[in-house]
Design a protein around this ligand. Structure first.
Ligand SMILES: C[C@@]1(CC(=O)O)c2cc3[nH]c(cc4nc(cc5[nH]c(cc(n2)[C@H]1CCC(=O)O)[C@@](C)(CC(=O)O)[C@@H]5CCC(=O)O)C(CC(=O)O)=C4CCC(=O)O)c(CCC(=O)O)c3CC(=O)O
Ligand SMILES: NC(=O)C1=CN([C@@H]2O[C@H](COP(=O)(O)OP(=O)(O)OC[C@H]3O[C@@H](n4cnc5c(N)ncnc54)[C@H](O)[C@@H]3O)[C@@H](O)[C@H]2O)C=CC1
Length: 195
C-alpha cells in the first residue's frame, strides 16, 4: 500500500516571510487557515485586485497587500511562496522562479508543483496536530481536523504545562529525566509502548 512520506515541520511563521500570489478565493482560504493557526505570521499578498473579504482578513492579521501582477522581484527576501492565481502559466513561472532561488513553493491547485502542502490543523493551546492525506483528499484532511477539534479536550494544554513544570523539578541526568517522564505518563497510553 502507498504511504505518506512527507515530513511535517512546525514553522515559526513570526520570523519567516510568506508570499501569497493571487487574491481570489483560494488565496483567501490559504490566508485564513495560515492566520488561524499562526496569527503572528508575516504575510504579503500580491494580485491586481483583492475582494473586500480578503482586505478585511488581511487587515485583521496585518498582512500586506500589493496591488500588482506577479513579478519575480516580489520573491526577494521571501522564505515560502504560495501561488494561487487562475493562470497556470503564471503559477508555473512562480514555481520555476522559486526553484531557481531555493525558496519553498506551493502551487495550491497543482500538487506536483508543491514542495510542501498545507495541512488540516488542530490547535488546543500548546498542542497542535497537523494532518495530511498526501495531497489525495483535502476534504478528508478537513473532516479529520473537525473530528480532532471535537474529541481533544480543551484543557489538554494544561497537561503539557504540568509536565513541563514537573520536568523542571527533576534532578538527575538526561536519562533519569527521560525515564521519570515516561514513567509518570505511561498510564496515558493503553499498553506498554516503545519510547
Ligand atoms: C495538495 C493541497 C495543496 C495545498 O493547497 O497545499 C491541496 C490541493 C487541492 N485542494 C483542492 C480542493 C479543496 N481543498 C479543500 C480544503 C483544504 N485543502 C487543504 C490542503 C491541500 N489542498 C493540500 C493537500 C493536503 C493534504 O495532504 O491532504 C487544506 C487541508 C489546508 C489549507 O487549505 O490550508 C484545506 C482544509 C482545511 C481545513 O478545513 O482544515 C477543499 C475542502 C473544502 O473546501 O470543503 C477542497 C474541495 C474539495 C475537493 O476538490 O477535494 C483541490 C482540487 C482543485 C480542483 O478541483 O481543481 C486541489 C488540487 C488537487 O488536489 O489537484
Ligand atoms: N476556488 C476553489 O475552491 C478552487 C479553485 N481552484 C483553482 O485555483 C485557481 C484559483 O482559484 P480562485 O482563487 O477561486 O480564482 P479567482 O478567480 O478567485 O482568483 C484568481 C486570482 O489570481 C489573480 N491573478 C491572476 N493573474 C495574476 C498575476 N499574473 N499575478 C498575480 N495575481 C494574478 C487574480 O487577480 C485573482 O485575484 C483556479 O485555477 C481554480 O480553478 C482549485 C481548487 C479549488
Amino acid at each position: 500500500m502507498e504511504r505518506n512520506n512527507l515530513y511535517p515541520i512546525f514553522l515559526k511563521c513570526r520570523t519567516l516571510d510568506i508570499l501569497i500570489v493571487g487574491g481570489g478565493y483560494v488565496a483567501e482560504e490559504k490566508l485564513y487557515f495560515l492566520t488561524k493557526s499562526s496569527p503572528d505570521a508575516r504575510v504579503t499578498l500580491v494580485a491586481p485586485f483583492f475582494r473586500e473579504d480578503t482586505r478585511r482578513l488581511a487587515g485583521e492579521f496585518g498582512a500586506k497587500l500589493i496591488e500588482s501582477e506577479y513579478h519575480p522581484g516580489y520573491l526577494q527576501d521571501q522564505h515560502l511562496v504560495i501561488a494561487t492565481t487562475d493562470n497556470p502559466k503564471v503559477n508555473e513561472k512562480i514555481f520555476a522562479d522559486c526553484r531557481q532561488r531555493h525558496i519553498l513553493v506551493n502551487v495550491a491547485d497543482n500538487p506536483p508543483l508543491c514542495d510542501f502542502y498545507m495541512g488540516g490543523i488542530v490547535t488546543k493551546g500548546h498542542v497542535k496536530i497537523a494532518i495530511s492525506t498526501n495531497g489525495k483528499s483535502p476534504t478528508t484532511a478537513k473532516r479529520l481536523r473537525q473530528f480532532f477539534e471535537a474529541v481533544l479536550p480543551d484543557d489538554i494544554s494544561r497537561m503539557v504545562e504540568y509536565l513541563n513544570a514537573y520536568r523542571k523539578t527533576l534532578a538527575g541526568d538526561f536519562e533519569a529525566k527521560v525515564n521519570e517522564m515516561n514513567e509518570v505518563t505511561q498510564k496515558l497510553v493503553a499498553q506498554k509502548t516503545e519510547i
